[in-house]
Design a protein around this ligand. Structure first.
Ligand SMILES: Nc1ncnc2c1ncn2[C@@H]1O[C@H](COP(=O)(O)OP(=O)(O)OP(=O)(O)O)[C@@H](O)[C@H]1O
Ligand SMILES: [Mg+2]
Length: 231
């Protein structure tokens, strides 16, 4: 649903419905998505979840941020990682988490993990922002240091939500998909081409990730901002 909450690109407050309007129908949609993820993972918990989409501008970052808040509200120790190293936005959605070090500073050994990760103004939620945008994002994503860091964080947090670039544009999301427990594919209504959605699913299959489900974003439906479907 096109909602007044999401219109202004600059207003982080309007994007975080789960924080600022936690009793709204929009926030309830995120609790519904969380419940579906947890239900789908009843036998094998989805502790690390990647959010991606076939094309850009589909709501990945906004959904990652609100989903992370929704898990943190359950008193899960939650980490939101910005792995869109080409166009990072998580620090804009959570301005209190801006850092000039972040992930890139950490991987360059400029800071330690506890300095790179920043607490959001939300109980139980930490953020790993990108920091300085790297010149070769693919090399960084594919590095052994990156996977070692992911494994370290995986052991430390109850939930890890990862924001990624669009899967059809660059290979980063496909690489990240091979580390995580599950992936959620965002399909933007009246925007994502069916062919791209199919190709994105094929790429995720090749990566060997479990596609937990699909979120149809930006629908014209009146009652629900999001419709979530398990595969
Ligand atoms: N359901 C929605 N209704 C209206 N606007 C939305 C909705 N979902 C996302 N938006 C808006 O669309 C824009 C793109 O969203 P977002 O940045 O989350 O997409 P993205 O997939 O992360 O984009 P990119 O591929 O550039 O990283 C933002 O301004 C966001 O607030
Ligand atoms: Mg984004």
């Amino acid at each position: 649903m096109r909602s007044k909450h999401f219109r202004d690109k600059s207003a982080s407050k309007d994007k975080l419905v789960t924080k600022y309007e936690s009793q709204s129908a929009y926030a309830e949609s995120f609790r519904y998505i969380r419940a579906n993820i947890d239900f789908a993972g009843i036998d094998q918990e989805y502790k690390s979840i990647m959010i991606t989409s076939p094309d850009p501008d589909s709501g990945k970052s906004l959904i990652s941020a609100n989903l992370a808040i929704t898990y943190a509200a359950l008193e899960k120790k939650t980490l939101l990682i910005d792995l869109d190293l080409r166009k990072p936005t998580v620090h804009k959605i959570f301005p209190e988490c801006y850092s000039s070090y972040g992930l890139t500073g950490l991987l360059q050994d400029i800071v330690k993990v506890e300095e790179a990760i920043v607490s959001a103004n939300v109980p139980n939620l930490s953020v790993l922002p990108v920091g300085i945008v790297p010149t070769d994002p693919a090399a960084l994503i594919n590095s052994a240091k990156m996977t070692a860091l992911f494994n370290e964080l995986y052991a430390e947090y109850d939930r890890i939500i990862i924001d990624t670039p669009p899967i059809m544009a660059v290979s980063d999301a496909q690489t990240i998909a091979s580390w995580v427990d599950g992936t959620i594919l965002i399909i933007r209504n009246n925007y994502t081409k069916q062919d791209n959605a199919k190709k994105a699913l094929q790429k995720l299959e090749v990566a060997g990730t479990k596609v937990i489900g699909t979120i149809f974003n930006n629908t014209q439906m009146k009652m629900n901002a999001y419709y979530y479907g398990n595969k």
